[in-house]
Design a protein around this ligand. Structure first.
Ligand code: ZN
Length: 354
């Protein structure tokens, strides 16, 4: 079994080769009602046990020869299970209504009406690391006497607060005004096996262009030929690389070019950017959309997880700077980032590769 996902109210299972239906054993167990499907002579690819299809669906290597799929329901239901006509290497099982997208640990909520479900604080398992850019002797960009390091710390703290409220385990790379080396920023994400890494920054341009450039840009790690993206990456890299020797710079650069999580990071960037724009424009209609882009940011090369770098705005732009330092606008940006992360994680929970 190579993959499982929930789509159109069905659990869809994928196999490396055509499935022999004779090897499926189906039975039910009571209290709570469970529909069990045993797949004989079957292994879960890569031996990883999938989590996250929701507590109502569990898949596990039951013994060395059997993969067991359990669909739990508070009330008995009759699933339809079938092999689609033209794809014999898949198997579909219908799910009880409304059960598919419930998170781990919240199975009972599947049958509570939505407005009640909303009031219950969910506990999530996905660790999120927020990296506040710069710090200490490294101020980052400066505009009108205001410093990037202070701005991004304020926003990062708001993001952390909102994520905690939504039940996520979160870590902030720096909670005060101090300088961190590159590996200090990524280490915590590795140690805690974070699912998502977000680095928060603010942009700036030379004085002659300061009235021209403004808006939100979201980056993921990939090389680029786009000059503007290159310039932004060069500026951010410069600060973060201080204290890194030449050899590790090379190692870093190599992994930039072969980052394994590019596709996932791109998806994460799109989700975050969309929600940030929507939230920011709900009160400030003229916020410029700088788009989702890619560039070789060294701070993202830990990339054993989806990673994104956000340039929340241009500290060099007088009007945008004022906005960026207001708590109102900061909260909107934080809300956008949090909703984007949540959106991304929800989509991943429905589609699990193992
Ligand atoms: Zn920065």
């Amino acid at each position: 079994m190579t993959k499982a996902l929930v789509k159109k109210g069905e659990l869809r299972l994928f196999f490396a080769k055509p499935l022999d239906k004779q090897k499926i054993k189906h039975f039910t167990l009571p209290n709570p009602h469970r529909e069990i499907y045993d797949f004989k002579d079957m292994k879960i690819a890569h031996k990883r046990v999938p989590l996250g299809l929701g507590n109502s669906v569990r898949i596990a290597q039951y013994n060395s020869k059997t993969v067991r799929v359990v669909i739990e329901s508070r009330t008995p239901f009759k699933p339809t299970a079938y092999q689609p006509l033209f794809s014999k290497d898949t198997y579909h099982i219908s799910l009880p209504k409304g059960s598919a997208y419930i998170q781990k640990g919240n199975a009972r909520q599947a049958y509570i009406k939505p407005q009640i479900t909303k009031q219950i604080r969910k506990r999530h398992t996905e660790v999120i690391v927020i990296d506040a850019g710069h710090g200490g002797h490294d101020s980052g960009a400066i505009g009108g006497g205001k410093k990037e390091k202070d701005l991004v710390l304020q926003i990062s703290k708001r993001v952390i607060k909102q994520l905690k409220k939504r039940g996520y385990p979160v870590y902030l790379t720096r909670a005060s005004d101090r300088f961190l080396k590159l590996n200090q920023r990524t280490r915590i994400a590795d140690k805690k096996d974070a699912k998502v890494f977000i680095s928060i920054h603010a942009n700036s341009v030379v004085k002659s262009k300061r009235h021209k450039m403004q808006g939100i840009e979201t980056f993921f790690l990939q090389n680029t030929r786009d000059e503007r993206s290159q310039r932004i990456a060069a500026r951010e890299n410069n600060a973060v690389l201080k204290g890194t020797d030449r050899v590790s710079k090379h190692v870093i650069l190599d992994s930039v070019l072969s980052g394994p999580k590019i596709v996932e990071s791109n998806k994460l960037a799109i989700d975050i950017h969309k929600r940030m724009m929507t939230n920011a424009r709900s009160l400030y209609r003229d916020v410029k959309d700088g788009g989702v882009r890619h560039a070789p940011f060294y701070v993202l090369v830990g990339a054993s997880r989806p990673s994104v770098l956000i340039e929340v705005g241009y500290i060099s732009h007088p009007k945008e700077r004022k906005r960026l330092f207001s708590s109102n606008y900061q909260n909107l940006l934080a809300k956008g980032i949090v909703e984007g992360i949540e959106n991304y994680l929800q989509n991943r929970r429905r589609e699990i590769d193992f």
